[in-house]
Design a protein around this ligand. Structure first.
Ligand code: ADP
Length: 211
C-alpha cells in the first residue's frame, strides 16, 4: 500500500518522541518552540496513522510504521454519534409552500416528516419541492405527504453505526442525507441528521480533531 509522506515538522516530532518518549504534547511543543495548539494537527496525524501511540497522563511514544490497517482502523472508528447534527422535522399535513419556507428558515437541504407520535414517515428533498413548484398547482393546497418519499423506502442509520457505513448508504442511494433513528416499538424515532456535509466535516477532523 502507499507510504504516507510526513512533513518536516512531523519528522521532527517523530525524532523527539523516539528519543524521549513517552513524552507529553506540551514537552514536544517546548522542544520545538511551538505551542501545543500548533502541534495538534501533526500529533493527530501521527497518532491516527499509527506512527505514535498516545496514553492519557503518560504521553506519546513511538509505535512503529504506518500500515494500511491503521488507516482503516482510524476511519472505521469514526461513529455517527460523534458527528450527526440536529434533524429538522415537519408534520405530514404541512403544505408544500410552508415546507419550502421552513427549509429556507432552517437552512437545511432535507426535511424529515414525522407522524403525530414523532415516528418517521417520509423525507422531503430540495428537488422534491422544486419539482412540485414548476407545476401549475397552488403550493398552498398541496400537503407535503403527497410528494415526499415514504417509509419503508427510506434509508436511515443509527447513532452507533460507523460513518463509513452511513457514507456507503449515502452513495448507494444517491441521497444527500440520512435520518439518524432509534428503533422503537411502533416506528423509528428521528434523533439526528447525517449529511454529505457531516462526512466532509469528519474527513477534516482526521487532521484537526475537535477540542
Ligand atoms: P435532491 O432531490 O435535492 O437532489 P436528494 O438527493 O437527497 O436531494 O434526494 C433525492 C430523492 O431521494 C428525493 O426524491 C428524496 O425525497 C429522496 N431521499 C432523500 N433522502 C432519502 C433517504 N435517506 N432515503 C430514501 N430516499 C431519500
Amino acid at each position: 500500500m502507499s507510504v504516507i509522506e510526513l512533513n518536516q515538522r512531523q519528522e521532527e516530532i517523530l525524532r523527539i518522541v523516539k528519543e524521549n518518549g513517552p513524552i507529553t504534547g506540551e514537552h514536544i511543543a517546548d522542544q520545538l518552540n511551538l505551542t501545543r495548539a500548533t502541534l495538534r494537527p501533526d500529533l493527530a496525524i501521527l497518532t491516527m496513522s499509527g506512527f505514535l501511540d498516545a496514553r492519557p497522563r503518560v504521553g506519546y511514544f513511538y509505535s512503529g510504521k504506518k500500515t494500511s490497517a491503521s488507516v482503516y482502523e482510524t476511519v472505521t472508528k469514526l461513529k455517527v454519534k460523534d458527528f450527526y447534527s440536529t434533524p429538522v422535522k415537519v408534520q405530514e399535513n404541512m403544505t408544500v409552500y410552508d415546507a419550502i419556507c421552513h427549509m429556507f428558515a432552517e437552512d437545511v437541504g432535507t426535511l424529515f416528516v414525522v407522524d403525530e407520535q414523532g415516528f418517521l414517515t417520509g423525507v422531503l428533498s430540495r428537488k422534491d419541492l422544486l419539482r412540485t413548484s414548476i407545476g401549475s398547482q397552488d403550493l398552498n393546497n398541496i400537503p407535503l405527504h403527497i410528494i415526499m418519499t415514504r417509509m419503508p423506502n427510506i434509508s436511515h442509520c443509527s447513532k452507533n453505526d460507523t460513518l463509513m457505513v452511513a457514507a456507503q448508504k449515502l452513495i448507494e442511494r444517491e441521497v444527500d442525507s440520512l435520518p439518524v433513528v432509534i428503533e422503537r416499538k411502533g416506528g423509528l424515532e428521528v434523533i439526528g441528521r447525517l449529511t454529505k456535509t457531516t462526512i466532509t466535516r469528519a474527513f477534516i477532523s482526521l487532521i484537526e480533531p475537535a477540542e
